[in-house]
Design a protein around this ligand. Sequence first.
Ligand code: IDP
Ligand code: MG
Length: 140
Amino acid sequence: MERTLSIVKPDGVKKNVIGEVIKRFEANGLRPVAMKMMHLSKKDAEGFYAVHSERPFFNDLTDFMSSGPCLVMALEGPDAIKKNRELMGATNPAEADAGTIRADFADSIDNNVVHGSDAPETAAIEISYFFNAMEVCDRV
Ligand code: IDP
Ligand code: MG
């Protein structure tokens, strides 16, 4: 069992694909164990993406992530980090495999509908960035 952080980004929320995204997770062995709708401030987004602070796209990325509400979730399942990234598809939707969330719903690398953690260490940090222990529920 593993946990990962998932975000339906502001473009995904605007496109009304929250349900579609969660449906794909549930159909593929990933169960939400924490969930909340949040409109991140610019500072919240900068903190979350601090690892990318030196990248040229950092300002645009954090503007975008604070442009509207997101759905932030912790998902649990076997190999959850890898499985979530498989379901998401490549960062650039033009390169994402057919049938992935980004291939089906994303417009561009800047507006790519979903976030997913990339490793166990970052998953733990990202989940605790948004959720306290009481907000993450063991599924029985
Ligand atoms: P990931 O979301 O697939 O893990 P990362 O490399 O961690 O991709 O980048 C975080 C986010 O930053 C991406 O989802 C995308 O929105 C944005 N991003 C990454 N690379 C670029 C780029 O080259 N140009 C513009 N935006 C980018
Ligand atoms: Mg990443």
